[in-house]
Design a protein around this ligand. Structure first.
Ligand SMILES: Nc1ncnc2c1ncn2[C@@H]1O[C@H](COP(=O)(O)OP(=O)(O)OP(=O)(O)O)[C@@H](O)[C@H]1O
Ligand SMILES: [Mg+2]
Length: 319
């Protein structure tokens, strides 16, 4: 298994390579530096995320994780779903993305399905989100329950320590989960989201156990499917907007293709147009990127004009 959870930092701080100004001074010993996951703040946060009653079932010990040095971290993310009777096992890694790893899990029969996908955000997300600025400027801040935080004073009170950072990131993940739930309930082609805790979201799995659905960008679709799939995706974009949502990172990289159907995933950058000044550009980019995939198949459309027309209908309350 790829070791995606290990942090790239050395365990021991590097000694300075500069020549010492005082040659007689004692040489500085390297300062031991513990891993990010072992930091007391992160440990405390992990404990807070653990199921409060400790669960009534036996220990969750997927064989897939045996021997993995990231076992504890992954278990701390997924045990909740086991205790909640949602999953019975973790089977394999579906894919490691930039921000998260998606695992294929065996579903508990009570869920009515065979497999579920668990998206687990990497630990470093809680420290240093690369697209932090995008999140900050493009969407309303949310509290731990995913509710929009309207009062700036509540946020200003937060010191930028690891714990607050973890809470902030968790609120984005909660928002991703809630967005997916809302859109699925509205009839959009997105995986049904079942549960979320801390850094993990559990959702419907697309594909079969040993063959997860490929990304649209990875497949060559039959030419006759192009127009219906574009129409379907356009319908989804409209439906998202009718539900006050712009995906924000839509392209053939975030669309799964399975047996002639498309499923839109990855709502980590979804934005609510009611709180976002720059949403028009994001919407235009989403539409343009999706169209770019279909143009070579002969689909004819004007993404700029479509964006303008769609936005006007949204603003007039006509969606
Ligand atoms: N519900 C699902 N069913 C099957 N496979 C999935 C599902 N959700 C995600 N995947 C797979 O996991 C990959 C990563 O998921 P996602 O795009 O949500 O995370 P990410 O960290 O943003 O990844 P990336 O940086 O690649 O966009 C996807 O590209 C897809 O191959
Ligand atoms: Mg993605």
């Amino acid at each position: 298994m790829m070791d995606i959870y290990s942090e790239s930092e050395p365990e021991v701080a590097q000694a300075s390579s500069k020549p010492s100004a005082t040659p007689t001074a004692e040489p500085k010993l390297p300062v031991p530096k513990s891993s990010y996951e072992r930091s007391p703040d992160v440990q405390r946060w992990l404990q807070e995320q653990a199921l409060e009653d400790g669960g009534t079932k036996g220990e969750f010990n997927p064989t897939f994780l045996a021997g993995s040095r990231d076992r504890l971290w992954i278990l701390s993310s997924l045990t909740h779903f086991y205790q909640e009777d949602l999953i019975t096992d973790v089977l394999h890694v579906v894919k490691s993305g930039k921000e998260a790893t998606v695992y294929c899990c065996a579903a508990d029969p009570a869920t009515g399905t065979d497999y579920l996908a668990a998206k687990v955000y990497r630990p470093r997300m809680f420290r240093n989100l690369s697209n932090d600025a995008v999140y900050r400027h493009s969407r309303a801040q949310h509290d731990q329950d995913g509710h929009v935080v309207r009062d700036d004073r509540r946020r200003k009170g937060n010191k930028k320590n690891t714990r607050n950072r973890a809470t902030e990131v968790t609120s984005w993940i909660t928002y991703e989960f809630q967005t997916q739930q809302k859109l699925h309930a509205a009839g959009a082609d997105v995986p049904r989201a079942l549960s979320q805790i801390g850094n993990a979201v559990l959702m419907e799995y697309v594909g079969v156990v040993d063959e997860p659905a490929p990304l649209l960008r990875e497949v060559r679709i039959p030419r006759e499917e192009a127009q219906p799939l574009w129409d379907c995706l356009w319908h989804n974009i409209e439906l998202f907007l009718a539900n006050d949502c712009v995906h924000g990172d839509l392209s053939a990289y975030n669309i799964l293709y399975w047996q002639g159907h498309v499923t839109i995933i990855d709502f980590a950058q979804a934005v609510d147009p009611r709180y976002n000044q720059e949403v028009y550009e994001l919407l235009a980019r989403d539409i343009e990127r999706v169209y770019r995939y279909f143009a070579p198949y002969g689909v004819v459309a004007d993404p700029g004009a479509l964006t303008a027309e769609l936005w006007t209908r949204y603003m007039l309350g006509e969606l």
